[in-house]
Design a protein around this ligand. Structure first.
Ligand code: SF4
Length: 355
């Protein structure tokens, strides 16, 4: 079915031109796609788009980075990480700086690459930085299971995996988050199923639309949300059925349930949210770098003046931060929201002057 995008945009402007509402997306890929397509500029002025806690790099506390840095200095130990994480500021610097000073930090593109490193370097301890949401967790679970099956004693992960539902509940509890509709991430829905978002309209009366990442998919999702809001409805609509089924990927969820166990997790901006993280299940505890190397917790500290925490809660816009496009740029990020292209500050920086 071909869609006349200009007609969709014109209809939104005609039907909802006077509407005042706040829509939140909770996915870094959505944040980037919305800004890149200039959707924020083409919507009626009263419709605001906010970014929630959906960029994995952004919500990772600086204490976690600090733990990784301290591990990276251990003799015979190699940190394996996705590239974005290297530039995230910890309390005392970044992994990139630690690497420049001689620490062994390797960029990998998949968790399985870290397992391969462990196989190739039996004399080294390989620690994979396990950061991400339900979208990334199944691949990390597979890697841990593969390492266990191969009897690799020199592989472990430093867990900072998060699940969205407890964080959204924490945000919405007691009316703490004032939004009118949620743009729910399609790729997370591939795992959780559309059913994974049903609690939002059912328990919080929050209109929720699951959508994809192309401009047409985003515009149609926003149009559906606005229609619900205008009619006073709060329903779950799956506008991405080509990828998101009702129940999602059961095999991936079973794998996650076998390898991981819920634990409390720290979120930048939100603090510690009960049961919002994934640690390793008892059977896989030997692969938890925190136990293996006796790591102590390290308290997180926001960089001075950085407003990432407020931005992740939809309480501030990147442009309201005094460092934005001054001390803080994608080349020299002060805070995590400027590091990854999926971070709200980076997306605002890159696409601020284009419509
Ligand atoms: Fe933090 Fe930089 Fe964003 Fe300011 S612009 S909130 S310092 S990441």
């Amino acid at each position: 079915m071909s869609i006349d995008l200009q007609e969709v945009i014109a209809r939104i402007r005609a039907d909802y031109g006077a509407m005042r509402c706040k829509l939140m997306e909770v996915c870094g890929t959505h944040t980037n796609a919305i800004r890149r397509a200039g959707i924020h500029r083409q919507l009626p002025a009263g419709i605001r788009l906010l970014s929630g806690p959906g960029c994995p790099v952004c919500v990772t506390g600086s204490g976690y980075i600090e733990q990784a840095i301290s591990l990276s200095r251990e003799p015979g130990l190699v940190i394996a990480s996705f590239g974005d994480l290297l530039r995230v500021p910890g309390n005392s610097g970044s992994l990139a700086e630690a690497r420049a000073a001689g620490a062994k930090v390797r960029v990998v593109y998949a968790p399985q690459d870290a397992v391969a490193l462990a196989e190739q370097h039996p004399d080294a301890q390989i620690v994979f930085l396990a950061v991400g949401f339900e979208t990334t967790a199944p691949a990390i679970a597979l890697a841990v299971r593969a390492a266990a099956a191969a009897g690799l004693a020199n592989f472990s992960i430093l867990p900072s995996l998060k699940v969205l539902e407890p964080a959204m509940r924490s945000l919405l509890a007691g009316g703490g988050l004032q939004i009118d509709g949620l743009i729910a991430p399609g790729h997370l829905g591939v795992i959780t199923g559309a059913a994974g978002y049903a609690f939002l309209p059912r328990e919080y009366r929050l209109p929720t639309v699951v959508t994809g990442f192309r401009p047409a998919e985003l515009w149609l999702g926003i149009a559906a949300l606005l229609k619900q809001i205008a009619k006073g409805e709060s329903r779950l609509e799956n506008m991405y059925p080509q990828a998101v089924t009702e129940q999602g990927n059961l095999a991936a969820r079973e794998l996650m349930a076998a390898v991981f166990a819920p634990e409390d997790a720290e979120w930048r901006g939100l603090g510690t949210v009960s049961g919002s993280g994934l640690g390793l299940a008892q059977a896989y505890r030997d692969y938890d770098a925190r136990c293996k190397f006796g790591l102590a917790e390290i308290a997180s500290r926001e960089p001075a003046g950085c407003r990432c925490g407020e931005i992740l809660l939809g309480r501030a816009e990147p442009e309201e931060c005094p460092h934005f496009d001054a001390a803080c740029t994608p080349e020299h990020p002060v805070g995590p929201c400027m590091v990854s292209a999926e971070g709200s500050c980076a997306a605002h920086f890159y696409y601020r002057s284009r419509g």
